[in-house]
Design a protein around this ligand. Structure first.
Ligand code: GDP
Length: 299
């Protein structure tokens, strides 16, 4: 499948090594479990999550009296699915339009691209989409969003570089009301070298949205670059404390061997991964489906 293909590098780094371990081992002893944990850690599953996974597998091996190392593959797939959550997480929609998604994340993570892809998808569904260029810090950000708006057929609200991001959001919500838009996607700044300022700016944007439209934002989507591995987790904590993240978009899964970070995020953050980015094109954004993901990883 497409997902399986996108996970090629992760499968190479992780699945292949697990397979070698299972086939080369003759006993399920401490060495076996140590090695399994080691493989998980190197695949960016994270120290805590790797330890927990191995503990669970040890327990199941004991409970089910499993002695064959090759039988552990299925157990691993089961436990991974449990960690990822059985349900397919959905994006929230407001019963009274517009629905507002605030999109946050550090520069380069793929925010603008993700917004372009979402806008395209919603347009395909026949929705009226407004993009708000609230990263006024970088002139290039507004231009890039403009390009994506054109590709997707969405409308763009943009001010001059250096303008107040809150004012952009205010205008976008007014426009959404006047034009009866279905959804507003808010792009934000992501300069991490000035963390405090950035978090203050995001909080202020959030307050403007809450004041102008009670109940909004309906999602705060944090865009994380899978290629950054464990760094993605520290970013998740930072943004989540500042603006209250409701869903994660994990981008660039196609180009990385660090896909195991999905597990660390699911296990340690308690925030669902809702979407995954599998490429740079308009169509390369997929709902995250835990079962499908685990199957793509292990089959
Ligand atoms: P922003 O600074 O967070 O808005 O990031 P951008 O949207 O500008 O994306 C940064 C780079 O990552 C661009 O070159 C995108 O084409 C690329 N990118 C974004 N999402 C994906 C993805 O899912 N897969 C791949 N391979 N590249 C992506």
């Amino acid at each position: 499948s497409r997902l399986k293909e996108s996970l090629n590098k992760t499968r190479d780094n992780f699945t292949r090594r697990v397979g070698i371990l299972l086939n080369a081992s003759s006993r399920l002893d401490d060495d076996f479990f140590d090695e399994l944990e080691e493989i998980l850690v190197t695949a960016d599953v994270g120290a805590n999550t790797s330890m927990e996974l191995v503990e669970r597998i040890r327990r199941e091996v004991k409970n089910r009296r499993i002695t064959e190392p090759t039988a552990v593959g299925e157990l691993l797939c089961e436990e991974v699915t449990k960690i990822l959550g059985e349900e397919v997480p959905r994006l929230a929609w407001s019963p009274a339009p517009p629905t507002v998604y605030l999109v946050v994340g550090v520069n380069g993570a793929g925010k603008t691209t993700t917004i372009g892809k979402l806008a395209y998808r919603f347009k395909q569904e026949g929705k009226r989409v407004i993009l708000a260029a609230a990263d006024t810090f970088r002139a290039a950000a507004g231009e890039q969003l403009d390009v994506w708006a054109g590709r997707a057929g969405a409308e763009l609200i943009r001010h001059q570089a250096g303008a107040d991001p809150g004012a952009v959001v205010y205008d976008a919500l007014q426009a959404a009301r006047n034009r009866r838009a279905d959804v507003v996607l808010v792009d934000t700044a992501g300069r991490l070298q000035t963390k405090v300022n950035l978090m203050d700016e995001l909080k202020k944007i959030r307050r403007v949205i809450e004041r102008e439209l009670p109940g909004a934002p309906h999602e705060v989507l944090l865009v994380l670059d899978a290629t950054t591995g464990q760094n993605a987790l520290s970013q998740a904590r930072l943004f989540s404390e500042a603006v209250g993240v409701t869903g994660i978009v994990l981008t660039k899964l196609d180009g990385t061997a660090k896909g195991g970070v999905v597990l660390a995020i699911a296990a340690e953050m308690g925030i669902p991964v809702k979407l995954v980015g599998l490429g740079e094109g308009l169509d390369d954004l997929k709902e995250f489906q835990p079962r499908e993901f685990a199957a793509a990883l292990f089959s």
